[in-house]
Design a binder for this molecule. Structure first.
Ligand SMILES: [Zn+2]
Ligand SMILES: [Zn+2]
Length: 133
């Protein structure tokens, strides 16, 4: 098995490569993630930013200040609008786990900001809670 895996946006204009061993695989229920992902949580495949390799295309970025006061840049394809990753000020890339070519590569290990989950959402309480950073 390769120690790197690939992913891309819906139209494939943006392609990227990441390590097969991420730091964490989070379901992030924060409000920002909910808006941009259109879901109760965002599949965050978290790696050091330096480990993210862009193979093709130049995504656009939108910078926001998180509710923790950090500047995060959420990257998306300018052609199809898909989220590809977020560049976190703390030096991490929060890659869209559902943009990986092999969807089974994303295996949630932790919940994040689970207190913000909508009431209709079934939360997997077997997952450990990653404390807010
Ligand atoms: Zn695209
Ligand atoms: Zn989030």
């Amino acid at each position: 098995m390769s120690d790197r895996i690939e992913g891309g946006c819906l139209c494939q204009a943006v392609r990227f490569e990441v390590p097969a061993e991420p730091l964490y695989q989070l379901l992030c229920f924060c409000s920002d993630c909910q808006v941009v992902s259109g879901s109760q949580s965002y599949a965050s495949y978290l790696i050091p930013l330096s480990e993210l390799k862009r193979l093709k295309g130049e995504p656009l970025g939108y910078s926001v200040q998180s509710d923790r006061g950090r500047r995060n840049t959420r990257m998306f394809c300018g052609e199809c609008g898909s989220r590809v990753w977020a560049e976190l000020e703390a030096g991490f890339a929060s890659v869209n786990g559902m943009a990986l070519d092999d969807k089974t590569a994303f295996k949630p290990s932790h919940n994040h900001r689970v207190h913000n989950a909508p009431p209709w959402c079934a939360v997997d309480t077997a997952l450990e809670d990653l404390p807010p950073t």
